[in-house]
Design a protein around this ligand. Structure first.
Ligand SMILES: [Zn+2]
Length: 128
């Protein structure tokens, strides 16, 4: 496990996340993720730290409103958010990590369009 850093496009939102060098991420086909091309790195809350930008973040919620989609209100990038599959943790967008620390990205497909089927327990697992 190492510390990766990342953030939004304009640089207001900055965070660090503890994860493996070779990341296991998921790509979701739901109405929101498929439009954004989001790559989910889902970690427990204690492995994520927001360094700056909390004042710039704006929240969008829909459907069950469990997920809190956190966008930078200046540049519009969702670099991390609170996922429905793990509302006690965070999902970081692997595409928003700074270059240099990620050795490899392994992508698994998630059927978020059929959320209840994908997560029959009502929650997902953390990824590395
Ligand atoms: Zn921004």
């Amino acid at each position: 496990m190492i510390t990766h850093t990342g953030g939004c496009h304009c640089g207001r939102v900055r965070f660090e996340v503890i994860a493996a060098e070779a990341l296991e991420v998921s790509e979701c086909n739901c109405s929101m993720c498929s439009k954004a091309g989001y790559l989910h790195l889902v970690v427990p809350a204690d492995r994520f730290r927001l360094l700056s930008g909390s004042a710039a973040l704006t929240t969008y919620a829909f459907n069950t409103r469990t997920a809190k989609h956190l966008f930078c209100s200046v540049c519009g990038i969702k670099s991390f958010y609170v996922p429905r599959s793990r509302p006690d943790g965070f999902s970081v967008n692997a595409r928003c990590l700074d270059p240099g620390t990620v050795k490899q990205i392994n992508v698994t497909q998630i059927d978020g369009r059929n959320w209840e089927k994908q997560y029959p327990q009502g929650k997902g697992e953390y990824t590395e």
